[in-house]
Write a protein that binds this ligand. Sequence first.
Ligand SMILES: [Zn+2]
Length: 61
Amino acid sequence: MTDKNEMDSSANESSSILESPEEKKKRFLMEFENPFKCDKCSERFKKKKYLREHKAEVHAY
Ligand SMILES: [Zn+2]
């Protein structure tokens, strides 16, 4: 089946950017601390309120 292939390709995608372990840790922490991600520009926010304000300001249209 193609299940394994799909998994492999998605894994490749996320690891296509070579990161040092430190970078990876930093990114993980950032994602952990800022769980609210803007779906338009991928910026991250600590609070849902911030994300909502960001969207209202930056993506008003
Ligand atoms: Zn945004």
